[in-house]
Design a protein around this ligand. Structure first.
Ligand code: GDP
Length: 471
């Protein structure tokens, strides 16, 4: 309604993207973004919690206002290559962390906390918008604020632009660090000029984008930058309830030879304790030990803290939503159930329909409907073929014609067939080269015919297990 489009036309657009959807279906964020791009509509995602929602056991608990306390902001550093992202993260890690006197951060666990004026900031240790967006694609929005690093001697470059778009798509505030101001050829004003072209109007130019000129290399203005992060965080009123069972996101995970599965969890809400029962995606476990970024053993981890956790039965996936459950058996059951589902989905991925083994799949109950895409040289043939094909349906198998079109079988047809487990019939038309390539990769069955009865005969035989092996 908001974009003034009829459901049918959206369904057609989705088909063209290879997605079969009905009007009641939920779409993931990637698909929505593609759809919006097609329609030239700008989308703003309030919070990308699709995976979180689907992975959360039980309803989301809404914390009472009086239980909510301010929490540190979680920050990702983005920008073009060589503009100084790593240097900036390094200098903050080396000099602005609580344990810097005691030898500093010894371990890379995926995130660390810096401190300015006794206030904490959590930095995601992997710079760049790729990791950020990969997380978002999995439904995990962890970042509250983006620091956009722009080298003053280079200005806005392609990845700067990408980073701006990705941060905007996530709906998070951007703070610009105009870096390398120590360089003789630095032109911070030019950077500001360029920023305006992307809708980021610097404060001193009357806009609301905070720009801080810095030199990561010479440690100039780093505290000012961090203070701005705190200021923005305070304006955003980022809050969490430390007195509840923890929820978070896996930001890194691996199998350690000596220690078993190790996962870094960024706590989004609540407090994680040693001994807690955890569920993350298809795996569960009990927190055996936790370590902070200094390699220190900790017993508690509160909102916005990142901790390395030992005790998972299996390695969870980065991006997994993590939840503490009171009931260990429930966690185990849910993990097992999800594992089974995942395996099933993987099997189905491989088991694409083909006429060859259609009968077998029908017998095994894997296929209850046969989806067909018809491409033909003229509309008349499509209508004739479609009507006859649908009539082939039996009690065991219904025949659906999910898409038809005049013209050669193309890549989009194959993608659609792959996404909806369909076979393609080309009537007096052939697949083009791209279609053939994708069909081979995706294992999509394409059949071409010149006579209608031959096509019908094949489908009928295939359904009855009588199809002769393909010549
Ligand atoms: P990244 O690719 O964005 O992570 O960039 P790096 O942090 O690896 O920096 C790229 C290069 O720029 C390195 O040679 C850094 O030493 C240099 N560099 C980073 N920050 C500054 C700075 O503030 N001033 C100067 N002169 N060089 C810098």
């Amino acid at each position: 309604e908001k974009i003034d489009k009829a459901p049918n036309s959206l369904i057609v657009d989705l088909m063209n993207l290879g997605v079969m959807a009905n009007v009641n279906q939920n779409l993931d964020q990637d698909t929505l973004e593609l759809l919006a791009a097609e329609a030239e509509i700008k989308l703003k995602f309030k919070s990308a919690v699709s995976q979180t929602e689907s992975q959360r056991v039980g309803p989301e608990i809404t914390d009472k206002a009086e239980d909510l306390k301010l929490r540190p902001p979680i920050v990702t550093v983005m920008g073009h290559v060589d503009h100084g992202k790593t240097t900036l993260l390094d200098v903050i890690r080396q000099s602005r962390v609580a344990g810097s006197e005691a030898g500093g951060i010894t371990q890379h666990i995926g995130a660390y906390q810096a401190e300015v004026n006794n206030k904490k900031i959590t930095f995601i240790d992997t710079p760049g918008h790729e990791a950020f967006t990969a997380m978002r694609a999995r439904g995990a929005q962890i970042t509250d604020i983006a620091i956009l690093v722009v080298a003053a001697d280079d200005g806005i470059m392609p990845q700067t632009e990408e980073a701006i778009n990705h941060a905007k798509a996530a709906g998070i505030p951007i703070i610009v660090a105009i870096n390398k101001i120590d360089k003789a050829n630095a032109q911070p004003e030019r950077v500001k000029q360029e920023l305006t072209e992307y809708g980021l109007v610097p404060e001193d130019w009357g806009g609301d984008t905070i720009c801080v000129p810095v030199s990561a290399l010479q440690e100039q203005n780093i505290d000012e930058l961090l203070e701005m992060v705190i200021l923005v965080a305070e304006m955003e009123e980022l809050k969490a309830n430390p007195d509840r069972l923890a929820e978070g996101i896996v930001i890194e995970a691996e199998l350690d030879k000596g220690r078993g599965p190790v996962a870094t969890i960024l706590i989004k809400n609540g407090t994680l304790k040693v001994g807690d029962t955890l569920l993350a995606g298809t795996t569960c476990g009990r927190v055996r030990a936790m370590f902070n970024e200094y390699g220190e053993n900790v017993n508690l981890a509160g909102p916005a803290a990142a901790v390395e956790v030992l005790g998972f039965n299996d390695v969870p996936d980065a991006g997994n939503f993590v939840q503490v459950l009171e009931d260990e058996k429930q966690a185990r059951d849910i993990a097992a159930e999800r594992q089974a589902k995942k395996r099933q989905a993987e099997l189905q991925q491989d088991a694409k329909v083909s006429l060859e083994d259609l009968y077998k799949q029908i017998q095994e109950g894997e296929v209850k409907e046969l989806n067909i895409i018809i491409k033909a040289d003229v509309q008349g043939s499509i209508e004739a073929l479609k009507a006859s094909l649908i009539r082939l349906g039996t009690d065991e198998v219904t025949v659906n014609v999910i898409h038809t079109g005049v013209g050669a079988v193309n890549e989009t047809d194959v993608n659609l067939a792959s996404a909806s487990n369909a076979i393609i019939i080309g009537f007096s038309v052939r697949p083009d080269n791209n279609a053939l390539k994708v069909a081979e990769k995706e294992k999509v069955d394409i059949r071409t015919y010149r006579v209608i009865y031959k096509a019908l005969e094949d489908i009928k035989d295939a359904m009855a297990g009588l199809l002769d092996p393909e010549l």
